[in-house]
Ligand binder design. Structure first.
Ligand code: GMT
Length: 373
């Protein structure tokens, strides 16, 4: 098949999923055209069957805001004329699904299909903003196919937007073989020179991630056992979090590692991953932790229970219950037997349920289904 994948190029989960999907499909012989405003960070090296098209964003003194959605639609139409792809797969509804719809109609093509994958905040946060509501509902309803990354997100979309169309759930995925084969150990002693336990969190430091809860949980943990915290990512709350670390006297115990293209090397150092997020449609980062055999303590919210099995691969507790989360973290870190059971189960969960080789065929089958409908 020839597929145009539209996505954000940045470090968010939707961009990672779209990039890994593109790489996987290209490896399986499909011709993939990535369309974005920059080259997604995971796609910077050459890969056969993979074409990258950067959208030129118009600037003109009249435009207070560049009309990206229109530039994207026009680019999709241009690329289609040169490469004749079979379908556009838009990752993240805003504004990609609307641009894909427009491109299809510019081309006046019945044959060209549009599939939209809903990732989370496009529905739960942005989608709920009234100013976007009608255009998102319209783009979902007009897509030829719709997928959601969890059952939670599917149900939420149906409720929030009163959708009667079928939405196919295709979970996020990870590449599990490479992680296992790549035997190099993380240099734990760099972060924890005296054998301290290592806790970790990675996110885009947006309020929805409740990174201050991560700090407060860690504060309680390190009062009882020697521990270090590794923080990966960048975002609007980073300065605030840094100040909180200072105020709690934790500066010597917390490492800010900034943005990382691949978090597996850091995850291999971690004993425990913290994700006390307010809302999570799936929690790709929790799956990445499990893939490295790292248990997760998180919030019992959104689609996270579809990834983390409470009591088996980690513990999920009510949002904001930092006391309970700290207690569970201590229970895991103090009990070697419980820790190794959770580690084992976590890795098994990634391999048996979310391996790339299990999920990619689901996308391929869905593409075929939509093209033949
Ligand atoms: O908010 C983010 O973490 C970024 C966002 C995105 O679209 O880039 O992530 C969402 O999509 C991921 C990939 O499908 C999901 O694993 C994340 O759970 C989801 N984030 C939220 O729902 C908050």
């Amino acid at each position: 098949m020839k597929i145009a994948i539209v996505c954000y190029p940045t470090h968010g989960g939707s961009g990672v999923v779209a990039s890994e999907l593109a790489l996987g499909l290209a490896e399986r012989g499909h011709e993939i055209h990535i369309v974005s405003y920059a080259t997604p960070f995971r796609l910077s090296s050459f890969s056969q069957n993979l074409f990258i098209h950067e959208v030129d964003i118009a600037s003109y003194p009249l435009f207070k805001y560049p009309p990206y959605a229109l530039n994207l639609a026009a680019t999709l139409a241009d690329i289609h004329e040169a490469h004749h792809f079979d379908l556009i797969h838009a990752h993240y509804a805003v504004p990609h699904a609307a641009s894909a719809f427009l491109a299809k109609h510019i081309l006046r093509s019945e044959k060209l299909k549009v599939i939209t994958t809903l990732h989370g905040t496009d529905i739960t946060l942005v989608g709920a903003d009234k100013s976007f509501y009608r255009v998102i509902k319209f783009s979902i309803e007009e897509s030829d196919g719709i997928t959601a990354v969890s059952n939670f997100l599917k149900d939420r979309t149906i409720r929030e937007f009163d959708i009667t169309r079928d939405i196919r759930v295709i979970h996020n995925f990870v590449e599990t073989k490479h992680v296992a084969q790549n035997k190099e150990e993380c240099a734990r002693e760099k972060y924890a020179p005296n054998g301290e336990k290592i806790l970790m969190h990675a996110s885009n430091f947006r309020p929805v991630k409740r990174v201050s809860d991560v700090i407060r949980i860690f504060d309680r943990v390190q009062k009882e056992i020697p521990a270090k915290l590794l923080l990966v990512g960048e975002g609007p709350e980073r300065m605030f979090v840094q100040q909180l670390v200072k105020d709690l006297g934790l500066t010597d115990h917390v490492w800010f590692l900034g943005q990382q293209d691949y978090i597996e090397p850091v995850l291999k150092c971690a004993d425990l991953f913290l994700l006390p997020t307010e809302q999570e449609s799936f929690g790709l980062v929790a799956l990445e932790a499990h893939n490295c055999g790292v248990p997760v303590i998180g919030a019992n919210t959104g689609g996270l229970p579809e990834v983390v099995i409470n009591g088996e691969t980690g513990f999920l507790l009510p949002v904001g219950e930092i006391g309970m989360m700290a207690e569970k973290a201590l229970a895991i870190l103090k009990d070697e037997q419980l820790n190794s059971k959770l580690k084992h189960n976590a890795r098994e969960r990634a391999v048996n349920h979310f391996d790339r080789e299990l999920i990619l065929p689901q996308y391929e089958a869905y593409y075929e289904e939509i093209l033949n409908r």
